[in-house]
Design a protein around this ligand. Structure first.
Ligand SMILES: NC(=O)c1ccc[n+]([C@@H]2O[C@H](COP(=O)([O-])OP(=O)(O)OC[C@H]3O[C@@H](n4cnc5c(N)ncnc54)[C@H](O)[C@@H]3O)[C@@H](O)[C@H]2O)c1
Length: 243
């Protein structure tokens, strides 16, 4: 039977022009939601537009590190759709540099993109949900490297901060019925490939695995009592650090 559990709900997905975010957007559409996809890259948005005839899919090109743009994104959703139920903070970057090579601007960029932008975008979204009395949901995409090191200090430090942000916002917004959760993906590849480090079938995860978890966390019937939690979705990759 078709699952349209998110019918009449409006979602924003940041960084939805490619990779995991794109799959999340398509999954939410599949569950019946109207989705506003953000991405900084116009070419990715144009490519996504040309691939789909989906009527519930809308696009907004912009940089989520801009305060002005964040307000435009959320108020635009409110003006066009009259509500906002789901925010998926998916954008995440890393400098790829080792600690001793890193410059202040590298760390500043990661902090702005991975922490400050989703922090304040969530604030904008929460204000709308509270004003409209919507028991919405906010989801942050962190990483297993928010829990274990990666050799990329700016990335791991900010992803770790995201896990605590999830707890803090869940605490503050709980009284409004707004749930805030996170997902910590392991190694995700466009198609599953073999990886002997991964306990579960020795296979990497696919964007679909993360999109399914977003759908679960967005569905109040299935996950309505879960808040402040970051779910690891890594096929057991991080378990080796717990042994
Ligand atoms: N791929 C993995 O293996 C993996 C593992 C753990 C966590 N994650 C996390 O999952 C999320 C998605 O990862 P991905 O691999 O699909 O990333 P990606 O790089 O493929 O996609 C990110 C998208 O965000 C967009 N973007 C970047 N900066 C932006 C900005 N300032 N404003 C708006 N859009 C911006 C990019 O154009 C891109 O389309 C990230 O938060 C990442 O850290 C990914």
């Amino acid at each position: 039977m078709e699952d349209k559990s998110l019918k009449n709900q409006v979602a924003i997905v940041t960084g939805g022009g490619s990779g995991i975010g794109k799959k999340i957007a398509l999954k939410l559409i599949d569950k019946g939601a109207v989705v506003l996809v953000n991405d900084i890259n116009e070419d990715l948005i144009d490519a996504f537009k040309s691939e789909t005839k989906e009527k519930s899919l809308y696009f907004s090109c912009g940089d989520i590190t801009s305060e002005e743009y964040r307000k435009e994104l959320t108020s635009g959703a409110l003006e066009k759709f009259g509500r906002l139920d789901i925010l998926v903070n998916n954008v995440g970057i890393g400098s790829g540099k080792e600690f001793l090579e890193m410059e202040l601007k590298d760390l500043e960029k990661s902090v702005k993109t991975n922490l400050i932008a989703p922090f304040f975008l969530s604030q904008e979204a929460a204000k709308i949900m509270i004003e409209k009395k919507i028991k919405g949901t906010i989801i942050f995409i962190s990483s297993i490297h928010g829990k274990i090191p990666s050799g990329n200090a700016d990335y791991s430090s900010t992803k770790s901060a995201v896990i605590m942000t999830v707890k803090e916002l869940a605490y503050d917004l709980g009284k409004y019925g707004i749930r805030v959760n996170g997902i910590a993906p392991g190694r995700i590849t466009e198609k599953k490939v073999e990886d002997p480090r991964i306990p579960l079938n020795m296979q990497t995860g696919a964007p679909e695995d993360i999109a399914d978890t977003v759908a679960f966390l967005s569905n109040i019937t299935l996950s309505g009592y879960i808040t402040g939690e970051t779910i690891t979705v890594d096929g057991g990759l991080s378990l080796q650090f717990e042994r």
